[in-house]
Design a protein around this ligand. Structure first.
Ligand code: ZN
Length: 393
């Protein structure tokens, strides 16, 4: 049995913390930590709701399903979330991984949750997905019920492992960039720290990561009315490639239909971005001055240096999209475009060879066809020293 209890909020070293105890009872493995917590600046302590365990239940339930036991919550949760977890979400998770089995959730009761916040939030990673959401739902949106009015950044596993020194360095550099964007857009930025990534291991790293993102959003039900979560994939791509990341990438596998079930009576999570292919999102933001100044997709983290290397897989696919769109030079201040140009021919051939294996490669090849962009063809390629060379036309 996994137990959650002792929900509380307190101030600790200048930070406000929402915390609950977690215990593994009569289980063959030790619990990775004694508590789960979420933390914000002391001044922002009003964001946390202490009347419900909703922010703790997703990771607790996942662990119960993974270790084939039940979850006992010594307190209340949202009735809507409880029903969705029991009736639908567990089925989706079991379909995602053969290692998961259904678990019973025992609760003391249900929290009376009345919408109280007026925050329309969105995450800011400064990647393509988050910028496309912010561009559409802030810059181009006029309806105050749906226009973003606050940005969020979470430390729950996407910046590295818990307690690893480079994780805090990476997180701080991303917060700095997010703050610069928030200042330019005149939006508040809420920075949320947590220890949710203590509960992941190599095997379930990505699954716990996505559940942790959703948990951070649910921790702030006092202020959040709606929250846009930026998806990675289009509905179209999920239909074609959705089964491939089974066991591995929960977001690509199911976030388009999982996220709408992670709701409470107080807070609505909205999946945004599935209406676009990734290449369409790049096109969407390619003329936006903020994206041209702050876009950061690079997998190579170099501490405070925020330049995109131009050589890693995420830089290559983004720059190929920009090249096809004729917008490469618009981003030359933040990407090493010269490094990209050296690898571009190889990458184009790689994209053509593997387009049935990866969504984002196929989308670039499709975009090239749509834009009549000349991709390499067999009769004008040859290989020299493991590099593809193109015969000039
Ligand atoms: Zn890179």
């Amino acid at each position: 049995m996994i137990e959650l209890s002792g929900l509380r909020k307190y101030v600790h070293d200048g930070a406000a913390r929402l915390e609950a105890d977690i215990k593994f009872i009569d289980m063959p493995v030790a619990c990775p930590a004694e508590t789960i917590y979420f933390e914000v600046d002391e001044d922002c302590d009003f964001v946390f709701s202490t009347d419900t365990y909703d922010a703790f239940v997703l990771v607790g339930l996942y662990l119960a399903m993974y270790y084939h036991t039940d979850l006992r919550i010594h307190g209340n949760i949202s009735k809507k979330l409880y029903k969705n977890l029991t009736w639908y979400i567990q089925k989706i998770l079991c379909d995602f991984s053969d290692k998961l089995t259904p678990a019973k959730i025992f609760v003391d009761g249900f929290a009376t949750l009345i919408p109280s916040g007026n925050v329309i939030g969105a995450g800011i990673s400064c990647g393509v997905d988050s910028f496309s959401t912010i561009y559409d739902r802030f810059v181009r949106e006029d309806d105050p019920d749906y226009k973003i009015n606050a940005l969020f950044i979470f430390n729950c596993g996407s910046h590295g492992g818990f307690g690893e020194p480079h994780t805090q360095i990476t997180f701080k550099s991303r917060v700095k960039r997010a703050l610069a964007v928030a200042d330019e857009l005149d939006l508040p930025l809420v920075v949320v720290d947590s220890n949710l990534h203590q509960f992941r291991d190599e095997e379930n790293k990505n699954t716990v990561l996505f559940l942790s993102f959703y948990s951070c959003m649910l921790s702030m039900q006092n202020i959040i009315r709606r929250y846009y979560y930026s998806s990675a994939c289009s509905y179209q791509s999920i239909k074609k490639f959705g089964r491939k990341p089974r066991h591995y990438d929960l977001a690509i596998f199911c976030d388009s239909y999982l996220l709408p079930l992670i709701q409470t009576e107080r807070t609505e999570l909205i999946i945004d971005g599935c209406q676009y292919r990734r290449v369409d999102k790049v096109k969407n933001i390619s003329d936006w001055d903020i994206a041209q100044k702050y876009l950061n997709v690079c997998l190579i983290q170099k501490g405070a240096d925020s330049t995109n290397c131009g050589k890693c897989s995420k830089c290559l696919r983004t720059l190929l999209t920009l090249e096809i769109l004729g917008k490469l030079e618009n981003f030359s201040n933040i990407f090493d475009v010269e490094a990209y140009k050296k690898d571009a021919d190889n990458y184009k051939v790689h994209s053509l060879m593997h387009l049935d294996e990866e969504i984002f490669l196929k989308e670039n090849v499709d975009l090239a066809n749509e834009m009549n962009f000349p991709m390499p063809v067999k009769h004008n390629c040859y290989v020299l020293d493991n590099r593809v060379m193109i015969v000039e036309q």
